[in-house]
Design a protein around this ligand. Structure first.
Ligand SMILES: CC(C)(COP(=O)(O)OP(=O)(O)OC[C@H]1O[C@@H](n2cnc3c(N)ncnc32)[C@H](O)[C@@H]1OP(=O)(O)O)[C@@H](O)C(=O)NCCC(=O)NCCS
Length: 185
């Protein structure tokens, strides 16, 4: 794969870009302090914006690496940061990676996660040269599975995942993937 760092992506309603320190207020207002949004993640809801600023400054430093793909999602019509999407588990030999996303609860069920996810799948295949993207969701989080199916990903299996540091998210997960043929000619 050819790593090119987090690049700005524009869709009909969204800008996906690198985080900036000024995103802390929107993050705190729109998702990191919300227990419902963090229900299926290992992080605890933030109690203070200083926590958000500290996390953000660490993420921004990581952008110096070419293989960090971590976008904040900005809604064009309000210019507000409303969630994030990122790649993880990058395997250069297998040309695969995983995708994970969160959208502010105020904006659920408007197709935003699907729009963001479709755009980064294209980026994974066309720009980085991935041949497989996978994802997973807790079985009690069916909206996430719906997003993955709407993006063309197919169900692969269900497996139990144990998170020793965060027992509340241990449980059965549905695994999805999508593959793309790479023309090596
Ligand atoms: C999962 C999440 C990213 C979806 O974001 P979103 O912007 O609302 O997603 P979309 O609007 O693109 O699609 C959601 C779909 O799920 C459907 N849905 C919502 N609740 C559902 C439920 N309980 N059961 C089944 N489908 C459901 C919606 O109807 C919609 O499908 P439709 O377009 O066919 O009507 C968002 O709910 C979220 O951020 N949750 C918290 C973080 C999280 O759990 N992330 C996933 C970690 S694996």
């Amino acid at each position: 794969m050819k790593h090119v760092e987090t690049q700005t992506i524009e869709t009909e309603r969204l800008i996906l870009r690198k985080y900036e320190m000024t995103d802390a207020e929107d993050m705190f207002r729109n998702w990191v302090a919300d227990p419902e949004a963090s229900r299926f993640w290992s992080w605890a809801p933030h109690k203070d914006i200083l926590e958000t600023k500290s996390l953000l400054s660490g993420w921004i430093k990581e952008y110096s690496k070419l293989d960090i793909y971590h976008w904040v999602i900005v809604l064009k019509n309000t210019s507000q940061a409303i969630g994030y999407i990122y790649f993880d588990e990058i395997d250069n030999d297998a040309r695969s990676l995983s995708v994970h996303c969160l959208i502010s609860r105020k904006l659920w069920n408007q197709g935003i996660a699907t729009e963001a996810c479709k755009s980064v799948l294209e980026f994974a295949f066309n720009t980085i040269g991935a041949s497989k993207v996978h994802s997973r969701h807790h079985i009690e989080n069916p909206a996430s599975g719906k997003v993955l199916r709407k993006c063309g990903m197919g169900y692969v299996s269900t497996e139990y995942r144990h998170y020793p540091d965060c027992k509340r998210i241990s449980g059965n997960y549905h695994i999805y993937e999508i593959t793309r043929h790479i023309d090596k000619s």
